[in-house]
Design a protein around this ligand. Structure first.
Ligand code: IVH
Length: 661
């Protein structure tokens, strides 16, 4: 086969595979085969650009970076729709239609919550895509729309056509995009519609290609040139190769319409994209002129808007979370309520202006919903339920470090002025949870970062309050039921972690793991240690002036005392338990570890011995009580034998500690 025909064949094969997969949802080609074909086509097109087909699927990959978007004037304006919100209003809409015309039926379609686009085809080939803009003038987003997999680049008929539809971001892509943004420290998209709109205005189409936008087509401009009814239009669009939302229906009268609308309300919850209502259109185009138009919308169509679930609850408190950039965001602490499928205990209040505009006060009864079905938000206050709540005033110092907050002119957000603020410096949290400190399995660096970014973790104490947000945490992209349960279990278990690990975890300057171990022997509880003076501490041989000063300094800080008190209330172990050790044979013994241990790490063995009241020494002397010799033990074993000091192997050691580790 010659090159030109091979390119043509590949183009057709891949386009068909795209339609089968993305438009019809019925894959006919393996991913592997698809990738092979696409690779071959790209190579051939590169070598023989003159043979590239007008509808080449390689166009979908993106690549072009624009300076801005050209303006496009819509030949037929993109109108919007009137709204109805309940059955009465829907019947009133029908009454008006009935007064204007006779013998008509309706089609119903889901109202997809995305952004409208207009697509132009010439001789069946895709030419241009434009946003709605103000309805008359929009923007040319051809390069970006080209990356949408279900967009047909060539129609099944070589006709000139303008169609309109809705670009949307499926929930799965939305989660992925936000997950990525979170790990990059970027602001999250509030809902899939914003994400789709933000994406379509990207200047780099490669970014768009990665975001997996999708498209449903619902209208043909000048449709009556092709078909007679909206139902036929949808069928014709499907035949041409467009992705049409399958959940449309044709109903005979207003009673059936009312029934159909309530069916949609149940259906929408099972879909993997957002819908905000049902679009109702008179089916017969021949009636359109007689029913007529207002300046803004057709009178032969309306949108029945779904009730977004809204619930009442009490605003118990307004707290503040600090982000990695230092921005301080007010958060509503709510009496937990069930809304759109989960229990919500916190909701964003955005910023000071949002609270003041809506006059939200602690103690108010508020109305809460989920923006884009995902992010809890306080909508407004039920003022008639207000008693003696005092107006909100923004804090002026950082809730974490106590330093002043600043708000720059023209900005809505407050920032902590302290660059070293522990609220933004999450390293202390990462250290606390780490394997060497509190050893909270699954609360690794990435998870800490994410929970911090989302406002769940500001201080160490917040770790132990995470369980209050169990249901919300399960909603976080990539988290889920199992992970959250595992995390919360590990956090709970860490409450009984040894006192020295807690001390080390607190991150007191100069108090490393070893110093912490020494300290707890002399001060076996947090209470005792927190009262120690510099002179007291200097009595401990291993503690020098620098360490002593740092410890006293730490406990003199009221913020630190507060934290310790909180941790105590939350049930963390703050004492060094020696009782257990007293009854064990290791108690008071000096033990030397040598050779390679297989069952324990050196650290683990040391920890166990110390827990049982023993001491681990690094060299063998007459003071050594016995030696634990692992594989390939050398000089220390030899010395022990010379001095007649008892030697046990690793298995014997394991026997002795059985039940104690
Ligand atoms: S028809 C003149 N059908 O809703 C009527 N619109 O407020 C044009 N939309 O701008 C719209 N799904 O962005 C129609 N199945 C559907 C729709 C739909 C979503 C959006 C579209 C339009 C807005 C109307």
């Amino acid at each position: 086969m010659d090159i030109k025909s091979r390119i043509k064949t590949l183009t057709e094969l891949i386009n068909q595979a795209n339609i089968d997969y993305h438009t019809k949802d019925q894959p006919t080609m393996s991913d592997y085969q698809y990738d092979q074909y696409l690779k071959e086509l790209r190579e051939l097109e590169e070598a023989y650009p003159e043979y590239k087909e007008a509808d080449s699927p390689t166009e979908k990959i993106g690549g072009l970076v624009l300076d801005g978007f050209e303006k496009v004037t819509h030949q037929v304006p993109m109108m919007s729709l009137s709204n109805v919100f309940n059955e009465d209003e829907l019947r009133a809409f029908d009454d008006k239609v009935r007064k204007a015309t006779t013998s008509y039926t309706y089609t119903t379609e889901l109202k997809i919550d995305g952004l409208a686009v207009s697509l132009l085809y010439e001789k069946g080939l895709f030419k241009r895509a434009a946003t709605r803009g103000n309805g008359v003038v929009g923007e040319d987003v051809t390069q970006n729309v080209k990356t949408i997999k279900s967009l047909p680049l060539r129609l099944s008929e070589a006709i000139d056509l303008e169609v309109r539809g809705e670009i949307y971001m499926p929930h799965k892509s939305f989660k992925q995009v936000n997950e990525e943004r979170m790990s990059e420290g970027e602001a999250l998209f509030a809902n899939p519609r914003n994400a789709a709109a933000g994406t379509i205005r990207q200047l780099d189409s490669t970014v768009v290609a990665k975001r997996n936008l999708d498209l449903f087509i619902y209208t043909i401009v000048h449709a009556s040139n092709h078909v007679n009814t909206q139902k036929e239009a949808l069928e014709y669009l499907t035949k041409l190769g467009f992705k049409v939302n399958p959940h449309y229906a044709h109903v005979a009268n207003i009673d059936d319409l009312v029934k159909q609308v309530s069916l949609y309300d149940a259906l929408r919850k099972s879909l993997n994209y957002d819908t905000d209502g049902v679009v109702i259109k008179v089916n017969e185009f021949s009636r359109y002129e007689t029913i007529g138009y207002t300046a803004k919308f057709p009178k032969w169509a309306t949108a029945y808007k779904f009730q977004a679930e809204q619930v009442e609850t009490v605003l118990k408190d307004i707290t503040f979370q600090i982000g990695r950039t230092g921005v301080v965001t007010p958060v509503a602490e709510l009496e937990p309520v069930f809304v759109s499928g989960t229990t919500v205990a916190r909701a964003t209040l955005h910023n000071e202006d949002y609270i003041l505009d809506k006059d939200i006060r602690i103690g108010d009864t508020v109305v809460v919903h989920k923006a884009g079905e995902i992010i809890p938000e306080v909508l407004h206050v039920l003022k008639d339920k207000r008693t003696d709540q005092i107006p909100f005033s923004m804090i002026d110092t950082c809730p974490v470090c106590g330093q002043p907050l600043v708000r720059h002119e023209g900005e809505a957000d407050y920032y902590c002025s302290n660059l070293e603020c522990p609220g933004r410096n999450i390293n202390s949290l990462i250290h606390f949870a780490s394997r060497v400190a509190m050893d909270i399995d699954t609360l690794g660096e990435k998870v800490v970062e994410m929970l911090h970014e989302l406002g769940y973790l500001n201080t160490i104490a917040d770790i132990y309050r995470l369980h209050m947000y169990r249901d919300e945490l399960k909603e976080i992209p990539g988290f889920g039921d199992k992970k959250v349960e595992k995390l919360l279990l590990a956090i709970e278990a860490s409450k009984t972690q040894t006192f020295d690990r807690l001390l080390f975890g607190l991150g007191i300057k100069h108090v490393g793991a070893k110093v912490a171990k020494t300290l707890i022997k002399h001060y076996p509880s947090m209470d005792l240690l927190s009262q120690a003076t510099i002179e007291d501490l200097l009595h401990i041989p291993e503690i020098g002036e620098m360490i002593a000063l740092s410890i006293v300094h730490y406990f003199a800080d009221s913020k630190k005392r507060e934290l310790i008190e909180e941790l105590k209330q939350l049930g963390l172990n703050m004492t060094h338990q020696v009782a257990e050790a007293v009854s064990h044979e290791f108690n008071g013994k000096t033990i030397v570890l040598t050779g390679k241990l297989n069952l324990f790490s050196r650290d683990q063995a040391t920890e166990i011995i110390e827990k049982l009241g023993g001491k681990v020494a690094s060299s063998v002397s007459s003071k050594t009580d016995f030696v634990v010799a692992g594989e390939d033990a050398g000089s220390k074993l030899k010395k022990a034998n010379e001095l007649g000091i008892p030697v046990i192997d690793e298995l014997a050691f394991k026997e002795k500690i059985n039940g104690y580790n």
